[in-house]
Design a protein around this ligand. Sequence first.
Ligand SMILES: [Zn+2]
Length: 126
Amino acid sequence: MNEFLCRRCKSGHMVQQATAPDEMESSDTWECDQCGHTVTLPSMLMIISQLVCGIASGLFAAYLFIDKLSVFMTAMQFGRQLTLDQEAAFLILALLFLAGSGFILYQAFAGLALRKAYRETSATSH
Ligand SMILES: [Zn+2]
């Protein structure tokens, strides 16, 4: 699973380096055993937690958005200004949550793509 080949010299194997305690869960540092090329890849634990977090907050934001949008529409229909202001704030909050979860998911997929790029190198050179 953790077999990466060097992208620079195309023949060395990437060896996982000991990470500092505070970086242990966020990223893995790999070093080529032949040319010394180093790369920092987000750890699978980090990617999985980003995916779970992104999907969970995305679902929550989507639920909040749809729920508040219907209330917002009803309030607009009946011209209730006070409710409208309140719901508009919730709508903006839901949009922020959506943007946030989208960004987390983007980071997770970018990390996955980076790991995949290293793995594809190893697949093609064998
Ligand atoms: Zn190398």
